[in-house]
Design a protein around this ligand. Structure first.
Ligand SMILES: Nc1ncnc2c1ncn2[C@@H]1O[C@H](COP(=O)(O)OP(=O)(O)OP(=O)(O)O)[C@@H](O)[C@H]1O
Ligand SMILES: [Mg+2]
Length: 425
């Protein structure tokens, strides 16, 4: 018998429409591989905010149970995603004077504290996360790791995200009540970015648009780091409700119709194609035009991308996104989404953000709606925040034991002969 240590991480995405938990395991190479997924419909959440704690706790608990069954491990700690309309961000600068000849960790901390101190937070808001964009040492910009460098004046450019304290605490309470510890609360856009963006996109600059059920997260990345975060109060649920109202079907039917026949580009749907619908509250069947369905969808999807364009314009961010737009989240599953995004965003290149390939059961999570959960698991792994489990494995039966002893004996003999030979020389 041999005792091994297996190491795991879990990313938990509590969304408006689904709760998903992605479990990753550390490979001998140090990489993360996917070993399980928990997925349940979300309850008690609206636009990233808890509106019914009991229901939200129950769906989180059910999701974790599924993830445990799928992966065969007990989940004790999670990396939790945070998003919603209450989130806002600001870029600030902080300064510290280097205490010795070289920059130390204490100098970095002083500069970061000064930058965080420059953020105006009211009593009901708190800083959720900060990301270092770059350091400036004695006027030299773009420095990534100033530790140990020689200089006198250290500035840091920080991207600081704030959120409503009560909203964050309510979600935390639900996750803890579901029986797990929250190792880290991570803002969702940077997590999603870890899963879907390439190094080139991060460096050149791009906008990440995550179309969820209740909200659409917008995040701009440039020079390898995040520089803008915001959220639109619109998502796939509005698309579903538009279909329900205009085709006069139930919201459940509208969701099914959208997933089976929906298209974000009406021009790609033939005039003659139609679909079978059941009018709400009746058994009455009717035929509806698939093109009309696409027109309904396209109108709302255009509104979402116009909202993204407005943010890029009002914040003067167009020049920072030459690598284009990457669209993730369940809303990106509609065919035609990337073309529509590109059209509305004035011809900017656009693609759908699938999670980057990982080892293990990657097929389970290879959809844009899992990008955030996968990204949270990757972030936890990159931070080295693994949970360890001891497992004992048998080396085989008695024959294997005998072979092992024989090999050991042979090694000892070889070592003895080598030693004898070296003495003779
Ligand atoms: N195959 C599909 N075709 C079209 N839309 C889809 C498809 N799959 C999921 N969606 C839509 O994606 C949305 C849910 O996306 P996602 O799972 O990313 O949201 P969420 O994380 O639960 O919500 P939020 O991020 O807003 O809190 C829903 O509106 C759903 O209708
Ligand atoms: Mg989401």
């Amino acid at each position: 018998m041999k005792a091994l240590r297996e190491r795991f991480v879990c990313g938990l995405d509590v969304g408006t429409t689904k709760v998903c938990a992605v479990v990753g395991k550390q490979e001998p190479s140090g990489e993360i591989s996917i070993v399980g997924l928990g997925l349940v419909p979300s309850d008690g959440m609206q636009r990233g905010v808890v509106v019914d704690p009991k229901a939200a706790t129950e769906s989180i608990r059910a999701c974790l149970r599924k993830a445990e069954q799928a992966s065969g491990i007990t989940i004790a700690r999670v990396w939790l995603g945070l998003t919603g309309g209450h989130i806002s961000s600001v870029n600030v600068r902080g300064r510290a004077y280097v205490s010795g000849p070289q920059v130390t960790q204490a100098d970095l901390d002083h500069a970061i504290d000064a930058a965080r101190g420059a953020v105006a937070v009211t009593s009901d808001r708190r800083i959720i996360q900060h990301t270092v964009r770059d350091f400036v040492l004695d006027g030299e910009r773009g420095i990534r790791r100033p530790l140990g460098m020689v200089g006198k004046q250290l500035d840091v450019n920080l991207h600081v995200v704030t959120g409503k304290a009560s909203v964050v605490d309510n979600l935390l309470s639900c996750v803890q009540a579901a029986g797990v510890q929250v190792a880290e609360q991570a803002l969702e856009p940077p997590a999603t970015a870890r899963a879907v963006l390439t190094e080139a996109e991060l460096t050149l600059g791009c906008v990440l648009v995550d179309i969820g059920g209740g909200t659409t997260d917008i995040a701009v990345f440039s020079n390898g780091s995040i520089c803008y975060t915001s959220a639109l109060p619109l998502g796939g649920n509005q698309v579903t409700m538009d279909i329900a109202k205009l085709l006069r079907v139930s919201p459940e039917d509208a969701e099914q119709i959208k997933r089976r026949f929906g298209h974000a580009l009406a021009q790609d749907v033939p005039e003659e194609q139609d679909i079978d619908i059941t009018l709400v509250g009746t058994e009455q069947h009717e035929r509806a035009s698939a093109k009309l369905l696409a027109e309904i969808i396209q109108a709302r999807m255009e509104e979402i991308f116009e909202g993204v364009a407005e943010h890029l314009t009002s914040e003067g961010l167009w020049s920072l996104v030459p690598a284009g737009a990457v669209v993730s989240g369940g809303g990106a599953e509609l065919p035609g989404t990337a073309v529509l995004a590109s059209t509305v965003l004035g011809g900017l290149p656009a693609r759908i953000g699938y999670p980057r390939p990982l080892k293990g059961c990657f097929a389970l999570v290879n959809q844009p709606m899992y990008a955030t959960g996968v990204g949270l698991a990757i972030m936890a792994a990159e931070a080295g925040d693994w949970c360890t489990r001891r497992v004992t494995v048998s080396r085989g039966g008695p024959a294997a034991g005998a072979n092992y002893l024989r090999a050991l004996w042979r090694r000892c003999l070889d070592a003895w002969h080598r030693w004898q030979a070296s003495r003779a020389r």
